[in-house]
Each structure stands twice: as C-alpha cells, then as structure tokens.
Ligand binder design. Sequence first.
Ligand code: HPA
Length: 282
Amino acid sequence: MDQFVTLQMIDAATAVVRERIDIKPKVGLILGSGLGGLAEAVFNPKIIAYQEIPHWPVPTIQGHAGRLVAGHLFGMPTLVMQGRVHFYEGYPMDQVTFPIRVMQRLGVQLIILTNAAGAINPEFMPGDVMLITDHIALIGMAGVNPLRGPNLDAFGERFPDMSQVYTRKMQAIARSAAEKKQIAVREGVYVCLSGPSFESPADLRFLQTIGADAVGMSTVPEAIVARHGRTQVLGLSGISNKANLDGSTETTHEEVLMAGEVIVPKLTGIIQGVLESPDLDL
Ligand code: HPA
C-alpha cells in the first residue's frame, strides 16, 4: 500500500503551530493565487513560514508566499494561509490537504477557501467574485480523492456525506454580507482539475456541458477533507480570466495574478461581513 499522512504527523505539526501562536483559531482562511494581500487585514499577526512546520507542504510557484498568519481578522481568531500547494506541484492529495487537518486539530470550525478561477459561465467577467454553491470533484471521482488511504477515524467516517459541502447557511450568510456592502457576487459550481496545463477549448466545452461555471486547480480536495471532519466550508472564487471556449485567446499565469488586485478588496469586504455576521455561530 502507498504511504499516507498519519495522525502522528498531523499532531506533530499541530503542536508546533500551537506553540507559536497566541490565539485559539475558530476560522481558517486559505488565500489562493494572487490573493495573498488579504492577510494584511490580520491584527497583531504571528507569522510562521511553512518550512518551519514539520510535514507542512511548501508551495513552489509564484503568487503563493508560503506563510501562516495567525491573529484576529475582523474580530475573529483566524489562521490565514498565505498560499497553498496544488496536486500539480507533485504533492499527493493527502499532503495537499494536510493543513486542513492541522486546522481541525486546532479547533477551527469554519474554513474559508478562496481561489483564482477561469470563468466557464459566459456571463462571468474577470474581476468577478463567485460564491461556490457546489463542486464537481472531477479528479476525485477519477481516483485522486484526498480521503484515499486508511480512514483517519479521529476526524470522520469512512464514507462521508457530501450533500452540503458549502452549507446553505454559510451561503446565505455570505450572500447577505455581500448585499449589505453592495458587492456584486456571482454564484455557481466550481470544478477542480489537476493542471498545470490550462484547458483546451474542447475540455472547456465538456466542463460547460457537465454543469461547471468556473474552473481551477484547488479548493475541492480541501473542501472534501474539511467536510470529512465536519468543519463548515465557505468557498469564494475570484474570476481571473474568461475560459477560452472557442480557442481565440490565450490564458496566462500573469493575468491570473493581476486579477487578484481587483478581487482582493471585494473578497475582503465579503469576508469581513461574514466574520462580523450575527448569524455566524462558531
Ligand atoms: N483554468 C484553470 N485554472 C485556473 C484558470 C483557468 O482558466 N484561471 C485560474 N485558475
């Protein structure tokens, strides 16, 4: 059998993080490509480089700083991940999702997942924010599921339910936060592919046919592991580019990073509204 992440590895990392921070985090926030600026809103931050935490996966690409920032975010004790790793970098899925396990051991009740994504829905434009209402675990269904391997019983059951990964309640809180701040949000289904190559026009027409509104290379594995451990999930995609359904334009990593500048203020507003919401019960 393959080697998988163990509870001992998770607890070794958890002990180091716990030692270095002075909050008891209730919320975990993962910042996607080009979205790292949101960590600046953290009050009284304690910063840990991923390299300093045992077994913690370290990003290899531009736009992902690789730091854990712990402090109060809009009054809520929060652990912010400035950068994440992806499957395409070469990490197995249980390592990609390792930080979620550590957050769960630290007592985090809500994980906010953000990402940069390509728009498949023709109405979406670069700079838009999309509330994730559901996902298509395309590579998970094809065998690359983060829960593959011995079940970690300390977190959840072997066959976990995924009927409301992005709970209706969290969606409603985010929707009303955006409305109050007059930030326009799209809503839709996110599909996760392996990458690192972007999609061909035929790939994109296939993804449109199966019901995806936005496409990216992250978030879904983390959301599955969060739900396995009964942690609430809120998912927000920053639309960085229009997916190229007819093959007439090219997609680049630079445009993905640039769109982040427009998206960060919108995401900050929505996340502030969520964390300050009286309906949030953590
Ligand atoms: N495709 C896949 N992943 C992405 C894209 C895209 O167009 N944009 C940002 N991440």
